[in-house]
Design a binder for this molecule. Structure first.
Ligand code: SF4
Ligand code: SF4
Length: 134
């Protein structure tokens, strides 16, 4: 199996509707600030909230990510976490996270083995290291 066999985005936007916020790295902050035409400090002050001491994208009054408007309005510069979803490191830390994420993402399959999930995530994160799938 390959990653596209276990995840197929339905473009429902549910992941942009405020399930805990989206973490942004310093690189994300710089990229998004440049994309929206502001500086990084102003971006953090005006477009981020704090979660566990780390910046996450702020949410609009409706609970959605402030950059969601039927589509992602910062798509070319969206955070790495959004680009990588659902093939993210925390799934390798604990594959149970895949199932938690899948409970809010209809594009993720849960009827495959944990080994397949791990292999697909590794393939996406480290494409040159993982070639054998179960
Ligand atoms: S919740 Fe999942 S299926 Fe829906 S838009 Fe987000 S990634 Fe795609
Ligand atoms: S940055 Fe875009 S893709 Fe990421 S949560 Fe916000 S609207 Fe969704």
């Amino acid at each position: 199996m390959k990653p596209s066999d276990i995840f197929n985005c339905k473009k429902c936007g549910d992941c942009c509707r405020g399930y805990g916020g989206t973490f942004v790295s310093l690189a994300d902050v710089k990229a998004i600030a440049a994309y929206v035409g502001t500086d990084p400090d102003a971006f953090v002050a005006n477009c981020c909230e704090s979660s566990g001491g780390r910046p996450v994208l702020a949410r609009a009054e409706n609970g959605c990510c402030m950059f969601w408007d039927q589509v992602c309005t910062i798509h070319p510069a969206k955070p790495r976490m959004c680009k990588a979803w659902p093939f993210i490191e925390s799934v390798l830390t604990d594959v149970a996270n895949w199932h938690i994420m899948a409970s809010v993402c209809p594009g993720m399959r849960t009827d495959v083995s944990d080994n397949v999930v791990r292999a697909c995530v590794k393939e996406m994160l480290f494409p040159t290291e993982t070639k054998v799938f179960i």
